[in-house]
Design a protein around this ligand. Structure first.
Ligand SMILES: Cc1cc2nc3c(=O)[nH]c(=O)nc-3n(C[C@H](O)[C@H](O)[C@H](O)COP(=O)(O)OP(=O)(O)OC[C@H]3O[C@@H](n4cnc5c(N)ncnc54)[C@H](O)[C@@H]3O)c2cc1C
Length: 256
């Protein structure tokens, strides 16, 4: 990212007319995309360093905001806000665990601004569930005239590609466990979110938080090694993640 000790009021906001123009501007200027700004602004404030230019994403672009049924599941526009996600009737039908979980994702003011795409690009709380669901990212890049689709797991935010939407498979018959973890004995923010998804045949597990978002593939015995290699350095947090995953898996298996 093109960060400079620029003053906050000197930031130039670039307002591309189309998503394609946004991708081209991000490429030529090196400026970051900004959606709700609720993830970026606190970082700039904390570092006392603001970029010279930002590329503002427009929720009015077709397909960028809102949720619709596709026949195979749901399509969620990347600029759909967290608040809209939590309240949408289709989310209540397809992912009934999500609305209640969203109460733990920031406060109402941030959920009003923050977007699904911004949350996933920043490795936020939604990452664990969307990874475990094998969500697909629709994206635009400057070297490809067509919109491409790839697994969220392989999507690399920050390389100039623009996330336009997410595809989520039809999970109405699936079992889902989702939990946000923190050190309850200390008044500190939660530091991990874990998700388990059982589609009737396979159990999928994912985690996100301070160690970064990841699909977990190892057996339970190797999970500690996998988490450590993935960047989860705190042994107490690793243990909490593993215990919660085991609990969620048991819960889901009992339900099935
Ligand atoms: C007080 C407070 C509490 C918070 N609590 C939580 C919490 O509990 N859980 C949590 O997960 N997060 C939390 N956040 C972080 C943040 O608000 C959310 O993750 C939010 O969803 C980010 O979305 P945004 O649209 O504001 O992203 P932005 O800040 O606009 O962008 C975040 C990143 O994503 C990139 N980006 C955004 N949209 C796209 C796109 N379509 N394509 C490509 N790149 C894109 C940006 O360039 C940037 O790097 C909190 C923030 C605050 C200020």
């Amino acid at each position: 990212m093109q960060a400079d000790p620029t003053q906050r009021d000197q930031i130039r906001v670039l307002r591309p007319a189309t998503p394609r123009e946004a991708v081209a501007l991000a490429k030529t200027t090196g400026a970051p995309y900004i959606a709700g700004g609720s993830g970026l602004q606190p970082v700039w404030e904390r570092n006392g360093s603001w970029p010279r230019q930002i590329v503002a994403l427009n929720p009015g672009w077709p397909g960028f905001r809102g949720i619709e049924e596709t026949g195979q599941g749901l399509r969620v526009g990347a600029l759909t806000t967290l608040g809209e996600l939590a309240q949408h009737p289709l989310i209540h039908r397809y992912l009934p665990c999500l609305p209640e979980f969203m109460d733990q994702v920031a406060g109402p003011g941030v959920r009003h601004l923050g977007t699904v795409g911004g949350n996933l690009c920043a490795g936020g709380d939604l990452s664990a569930l969307f990874l475990a669901l094998d969500a697909q990212v629709h994206r635009l890049s400057d070297d490809d005239p067509q919109e491409q689709c790839q697994p969220l797991e392989d999507y690399s935010a920050g390389d100039g590609t623009l996330m336009t939407a997410l595809s989520i498979p039809d999970s109405r018959q699936w079992r889902i466990g989702l939990e946000k973890l923190g050190y309850r004995e200390r008044f500190s923010p939660p530091r991990a979110t874990v998700a388990c998804v059982h589609d009737g045949q396979t159990m999928r597990r994912a985690v996100c938080g301070e160690g970064g978002p990841a699909r977990l593939r190892s057996s339970e015995t190797d999970q500690d090694t996998e988490l450590t290699a993935g960047g989860w350095q705190d042994p107490a947090l690793r243990l909490a993640i593993q215990r919660m995953l085991a609990f969620l898996q048991e819960d889901i298996a009992r339900d099935h």
